[in-house]
Design a protein around this ligand. Structure first.
Ligand SMILES: [Mg+2]
Length: 186
């Protein structure tokens, strides 16, 4: 089945953090706090996915206050932190939303993502993912982790599902259109 057919089925998008939503680099302050950078385009894509009725979940192997803040801003449906086995959140979410694995997309960058990526219906790698991760992916983004790879994948899914009109209509008619636009522009 081609990428577009697989993308049509997606009802839940799971995303790794380090190296996927971030570029994988972090700056450590003297008190031990780690700073990461996120791409605003990815954030906008996550908001669009939500408007299109696609659930979003962020899975991180680490715990980070910065990530938690970003997750809250973007109204991500589910956030799992400090996760060792990334298949565990998948099974939880399949049950919670009564989905099949074919209805789940996952984007990641490294070996820790491989097992869960092998289970979902539509797996994607960021442009600078580990070669093995690229090899097992249905979709390889041109953009790198933390540099719009997630947005590229979301755009591909929304295109495949023909959701743009619905998103623009929702943006226009939404009572909180101003609030959404503020988030998109922040
Ligand atoms: Mg990663």
């Amino acid at each position: 089945m081609d990428q577009k057919e697989l993308a049509k089925k997606v009802k839940l998008l799971m995303m790794d953090v380090d190296g996927t939503l971030s570029d994988g680099r972090f700056f450590v302050l003297p008190d031990g706090t780690a700073l990461k950078s996120f791409d605003v385009k990815d954030g906008t894509g996550i908001i669009f996915a939500g408007l299109a009725g696609i659930r979003t979940a962020i899975i991180s192997g680490k715990k980070s206050e910065a990530v938690k803040k970003r997750v809250e801003e973007l109204h991500v449906d589910d956030y799992f932190e400090g996760v060792r086995d990334k298949t565990a959140p998948l099974f939880q979410l399949l049950e919670k939303y009564e989905l099949t694995k074919e209805e789940v997309a996952y984007i990641g960058d490294d070996i820790g993502d491989a097992e869960v990526m092998g289970m979902v219906g539509f797996s994607a790698a960021v442009g600078d993912a580990h070669p093995l991760i690229k090899r097992i992916s249905h979709y390889i983004a041109k953009r790198y982790g933390g540099r719009g790879a997630v947005r590229e994948l979301i755009d591909f899914i929304l295109d495949a599902q023909g959701k743009w009109q619905e998103i623009f209509t929702k943006l226009k008619n939404s009572d909180n259109a101003d609030e959404i636009m503020r988030k998109i522009n922040s």
